[in-house]
Unconditional design. Structure first.
Length: 82
């Protein structure tokens, strides 16, 4: 049962981590950017901050599940003594 829940968490984290790809393959009018006014969309600072937020957040979710692996917990506890 514990393994099933872990696998489920991993799959969901990977799917959410892949979400930023929607901004590469779908027109912006059908994404969150479609709800923004043109003044905001033409602002280079806002747009670069938005895309860096989406990319790094997706990357964190995509690789973050691995820290909950039982093997990584055992390795960390061996090194720290906790």
């Amino acid at each position: 049962m514990k393994t099933l829940l872990f696998v489920r968490m991993c799959v969901l984290a990977l799917l959410i981590g892949l979400y930023p790809f929607i901004y590469a393959f779908v027109e912006h009018q059908y994404t969150f950017l479609g709800s923004k006014p043109l003044e905001v969309l033409h602002n280079v600072i806002w747009k670069s901050a938005f895309f860096s937020h989406i990319i790094f957040g997706g990357l964190a979710l995509f690789i973050g599940w691995s820290q909950f692996s039982i093997h990584s917990v055992i390795k960390i506890s061996e090194y720290t003594g906790l």
